[in-house]
Design a protein around this ligand. Sequence first.
Ligand code: PEP
Ligand code: MN
Length: 336
Amino acid sequence: MFIVVNGNKNSKEVIELMNWLKARNLSIQINEGTQKTVLGLIGDTSAVDIDSIASFKVVDTVKRIQEPYKKANRKFHPDDTVVDVGGKKIGGGNFQIIAGPCSVESEEQICMVAQSVAKSGAGLIRGGAFKPRTSPYAFQGLFGKGVDLLKEAREKSGLPIVTEIMSDEDIHLFEDVDLIQVGARNMQNFSLLKELGKLDKPVLIKRGLANTIEELLMSAEYVLAGGNDKVILCERGIRTFETSTRNTLDISAIPVIKKLSHLPVVVDPSHASGKADLVEPLALAAIAAGADGLMIEVHNDPIHALSDGAQSLTCEEFAALMPKLTALKSFMNTLK
Ligand code: PEP
Ligand code: MN
């Protein structure tokens, strides 16, 4: 981090700022110019609040050189992290497809979809039991019962289960869930992230609707800082001015995150597009861009789905898509 100050190193204000910095265990390298002085900070600046520094009147500019996340940073952890989810590995060359309905609706529905996607080659089954809906009148999920139905689907299909948590108060219901999802709307629910950091269980964090990559990595940092190193990130589209898709899939987020971080990156083409016919091209694009996995919504009867039917593939469409995804993934492996 460096700070440009309006004054020389002997001025009262600059000395006051330097004392504040030294109290935070930082060493200071001073470069004096004719009008301004540049203070280079040496030491761990990850816990230093940039706004607090900017609030000193003598400060002209303050800029970070080092990223504010440490544990998620590839600089300090060059090798890819591999997360084992109920025996299915994600990251470091291991690729998985998570498939299933937006919401768990009934025993018949979730078990049928789980068995079908397992047969097609999916590695994990997803389904929301706690649903973050824009309208309070829309289907909110089956809550604890939905989690129980997912466990039944796991029994029947052999697939590990993925489901979303919305509040740290529900954490006891997720003890037997293989991969806990933090949805886009909760990406910055810091008390939830802190609780998940105390677990020894994989967590998938979806990028918020209007969050930067750095903010996503800072959310991962919350979980990692708590001691839980089993973190997977998910790009699921961001809000832009474009209205022809539900969100805009940020394809560049995949190589950008993989450069900045060692954590696995999964892409969700369903929520990114909002349209079933766009899932295939976006899924293929994500594989080509280096994703470690995909999350795809699949429903046995999309027209009657209680949520996100328009973006859900039928089981048959998913079965037809799988060979294309695996073929592209195999081809990508030959380019390495
Ligand atoms: C979901 O995966 O069901 C979901 C609600 O996704 P997102 O948080 O990305 O909107
Ligand atoms: Mn959904």
